[in-house]
Every structure is written in C-alpha cells, then in structure tokens.
Design a protein around this ligand. Structure first.
Ligand SMILES: C[S@@+](CC[C@H](N)C(=O)[O-])C[C@H]1O[C@@H](n2cnc3c(N)ncnc32)[C@H](O)[C@@H]1O
Length: 353
C-alpha cells in the first residue's frame, strides 16, 4: 500500500480493476479503471441556483454606504448582489457584470424590478470600458470579485465543466465566443498540453496524462467529459484520497479555456483607479494560483511605488494605493458543512487609501 493511502482507496482500486478499460493505451501500461464519475453523474441533480460563499463576511467587509455605488464583477446567480441591494438606499447603485449569458438572463430579472441595479454582459477585464458606458456621479465604494465558476455552470452537463456529468467538452463561461475545449484538445500540441496541465492544474503527472490524451485522440476524437475523465483516470498513477483523478486536469483546462488568471491580472490594476477613498476591494479565490495573484497585488499596492533599496525614500512618498484590512478570511465549519463548495474559499479585503 502507498504511504498516505487509506484502506478504503485500495479497496476501491482493487474492485475497479475488474472493469474493462474503455480506451486501449498499452504504451502506458495503464491499470484498467472505471471512473467514479460514471456512477455519480446520474445521481446529482443540476443546480438552478448558487449558494453564495462567505455571504455575511462579504456584506460586513464591504462596509456598505447606503448611497454608494458598488460593483459585483461576478454576478453568477446574484447571491451577493441581492445581499448588497438589501443594504442600499434608494440612491445607492449596484452594477453587475458576468461573462456568462445565462447569468445575465438571471440578472435581468432583478434589473426589471429594481432601478438601483444594472447588469452587463462583459468580461471583468473590461471593467474600465464598461464603466465608461455607465457613467455615474456616485463614488464607487466597493468592488467584489467572487472568482471561478457557479454551481449552475458546474452542474449543467451541457456546459461541460464537470467530470461528474456526461456532457460535451465545452467549458466556456462565455458561450458566445472563443474555442470550445473540444476544439482545443483535438488540436493542441503535446508540449502545450503538458504546460497547461502543469501551470494551471499543478498536476504532477502532466506528461503522462497529456500523452494519453494525445494518443487517444489519434484513434478517436475527444468529444465528452466522461471520456476525458476516463482517459485521465487510466493514465493517473496515484491521487489524493477523496479526490477524483481528473480533478486537477479539469481545473487546469477550465482555467486555460477561460483565461482566468489573465483576466484577474488585467482587472486588479484597474481597481485602485476606480475606487473612491475608503472604497473596498473584496476578492474570493478558490485555489492557490488565483489567491497568490490577489495577495501579491494587495501587498504591492500597499507598498506603493517600487524603488531600488539603496534610494532613501520615505514610505509616504511611495504613494501606496491600498491598505490591507484584515487577515485572509475562510469559511467556518458550519458553512463548509452546508456548502462543501465553500471549503477552498478565501476572502481578501483591501481599502483604497
Ligand atoms: C463563483 S460564481 C459567482 C457567484 C455569485 N457571487 C453568486 O452569489 O451567485 C462566478 C461567476 O463569475 C463569472 N465570471 C468568472 N470569470 C469572469 C470574468 N472574467 N468576467 C466576468 N464574469 C466572470 C462566472 O461566469 C460565474 O457566473
């Protein structure tokens, strides 16, 4: 037994090796293995809504000024937006963005009934351009980013985000543009695929998995999520307990297809220019790659201009733009029990100086 593996895992593998492999990949000497996804997929009903993460903490730390203007850059199904609207007075405003047309459809229902609320179909990297089209005299007192995907996206098999559901290989949040995962996976080079799996999934077996994907593609086109999950599961030599072997591969592909890290890197520098003094930036991340970007950005903005260490400049002259408000905030056990998808969330808060 491998160190760190539970008896339950070993039992699972022994039982599963009795199943015939779906793809013949003799070059990898892969153990026949049936993924758990095939059975789980039929059991989970698709979510029509999304349970907002760290809701109380977001409302508290936004420090809402009832007449202020707020931006929810990741509307989803509007859990956070609705809570913000509850705190706003009649002159308060909330502008929401989302790149998913289905999220926009959900948001338009609120906009029809509440004149304080507007929603725009746009990537948040375009925030400055969006605001130029929606000018307002009200100062922007808070900007919220709740990164990643929503439950309706994950749980709708047709969106192709989840290895738990049989669906097309799509994975685009914005279904109105960009290549689907299927198009990209059937044309990508081995080298690029390895880089994506390593850089965005931190997948230690990236080479092995990428080779299996490319070899399979030479025999039969890749078309479905469960097909991909099976290829990964067969190629994967070992994975953490209670994880599906395709978890990191699917994360990597999703981040890549949606340019998630680039989007984050593009929006963050716009934020200090947009926020009014004492306005707040709140960002919820779900994995270390995005949290690292947010943490570094806040630290650098709090330090201000960068000069070589030998030049003596007083701290105030460095023109810092943000200050950190709290330590990172994590969901408590109660929230994680009620909403397991919250378990990897971390909220960071900064304030415009
Ligand atoms: C975690 S969900 C947000 C859930 C939301 N806070 C709620 O309570 O319902 C993330 C949402 O952000 C959207 N999104 C992710 N990246 C985006 C981007 N770069 N630009 C615009 N929307 C984005 C996704 O389409 C998804 O609907």
């Amino acid at each position: 037994m491998t160190a760190g593996k539970s008896l339950k895992d070993v039992a699972f593998r022994v039982k599963m090796t009795r199943n015939k492999p779906k793809y013949d990949l003799p070059f990898l000497k892969i153990r026949p293995l049936k993924t758990r996804s095939l059975t789980i997929s039929t059991l989970l009903p698709p979510s029509v809504t999304h349970q907002p993460v760290l809701l109380k903490e977001v409302v508290t730390h936004l420090n809402i000024q009832p007449e202020g203007r707020y931006l929810d850059c990741t509307f989803g199904r509007g859990g956070h937006s609705r809570a913000i609207l509850e705190q706003l007075a009649e002159r308060g405003q909330l502008l929401a963005l989302d790149q998913d047309p289905e999220a926009i459809e959900a948001g338009q229902k609120i906009a029809q009934q509440d004149s304080r609320f507007q929603i725009v179909h746009a990537a948040f990297s375009q925030l400055e351009q969006v605001l130029a089209q929606f000018p307002s005299p009200q100062p922007i007192m808070g900007i919220l980013l709740d990164l990643g995907v929503s439950s309706p996206q994950l749980d709708n098999p047709d969106r192709g985000f989840s290895f738990r559901h049989q669906g097309p290989l799509d994975m685009r949040m914005n279904t109105s543009q960009g290549p689907t995962l299927q198009h990209w996976l059937n044309t990508v080079s081995l080298a690029e695929l390895i880089t994506v799996l390593k850089d965005y999934g931190e997948e230690p077996h990236a080479r092995r998995i990428a080779k299996a994907i490319i070899m399979t593609r030479q025999q039969t086109p890749l078309t479905t999520t469960v097909q991909l999950a099976d290829i990964v599961a067969q190629a994967h030599p070992a994975w953490p307990a209670h994880h599906h072997p395709a978890t990191q591969t699917f994360q990597a592909l999703r981040i890549f297809i949606n340019r998630e890290l680039e989007q984050l890197q593009q929006i963050l520098p716009q934020i200090p220019k947009l926020l009014a003094p004492q306005g707040r930036l709140l960002c919820i991340s779900f994995h270390s790659l995005e949290d690292r970007i947010v943490k570094r950005f806040i630290r650098q903005a709090a330090q201000g201009d960068h000069y070589p260490a030998h030049i003596p400049i007083p701290a105030a002259a460095l023109r810092p733009t943000l200050r950190k408000i709290t330590r990172p905030i994590y969901p408590n056990d109660e929230e994680i029990a009620a909403n397991p998808r919250a378990r990897s969330a971390v909220l960071r808060v900064a304030e415009r100086i």
